[in-house]
Design a protein around this ligand. Sequence first.
Ligand code: PLP
Length: 321
Amino acid sequence: MSSSNANPEPGTATVEPLRLRLPSPVEEIHDERLAARDVRLLLKRDDLINPDVPGNKWRKLQHNLSAAQREGHATLLTFGGAYSNHIRATAAAGHHLGLSTIGVVRGEEHTPLNPSLQAAVDYGMRLHYMDRETYRHKHEPEVIDQLRDKFGAFYLVPEGGSNALAVRGCVDIPKEIDEPFDVICCAVGTGGTLAGIAAGLTEGQRALGFAALKGASFLIPDVRRLQEATYGRVVGNWSIDLDHHFGGYAKRRPELDAFIDDFADRHAIWLDWVYVAKMMSGVYDHVEHGSILPGSTVVAVITGEVPPVARTPAVRSLGGV
Ligand SMILES: Cc1ncc(COP(=O)(O)O)c(C=O)c1O
């Protein structure tokens, strides 16, 4: 394991409270392919909540941040891969709220830092690299104790930010939508977002998650476990589509790129290719094949954003990991 110090020193940056756009906007998409099937599509624009802590990052962090502050913690520690949006968002949230942050990154250090980790460091996060074998055991008490020996007390936010408090934060997503709807769709990475969305549904509504990973049937027990940890039971009518991974996590195929370009041309919205575009292409497939019934109103949750620099086909690969 090795560490590198952030610059500026953690906790010394000026505290600027986060400006949050809540409830996030709901926008209707007009598209003849949907109209032909008599389906209405609403986008829940969580990507617009805050540019530094967008989408489900804010939803999952908000109650964890409150808990950390309530418990008197000065430091947040979290885990992620080298391209983790969650690491960067935790760094930004800590910066805005005056909390020091430590990011435990899977694998070795690579310099120069990629844009994601560089942004985390710019927010004052201290990075700590953990070899892959130890990382696999990161939730075990011995590994956590070693981290506490090294860094002192911290509030632990799990990888991807998904815990019971994160689930409670995502319940607000469907509750903020005033229009009646039948199906709400979201991308699934660890399952925390889907677990919360499903818990916020009313009678007759269902949630449909789209796994961004290949062979991810483990997500079904994972979502159940998250709901049980939060509510003591499995709640809501939800299911996960395992077929729209486009080759696996952070993998892409030409047909996915074509879908993103076409969606941007039609609707002037760039979809993040790691998560959101996979979900959206799944939504269109379900509408086409009738598993989303004609006459339905569908909500697609835009859980993340694509940085402006990456909103062209040529450099799109910079965004959204
Ligand atoms: C943009 C985006 N959408 C969806 C997800 C998946 O969320 P979850 O890990 O809660 O399933 C992530 C990962 O956190 C993400 O970055």
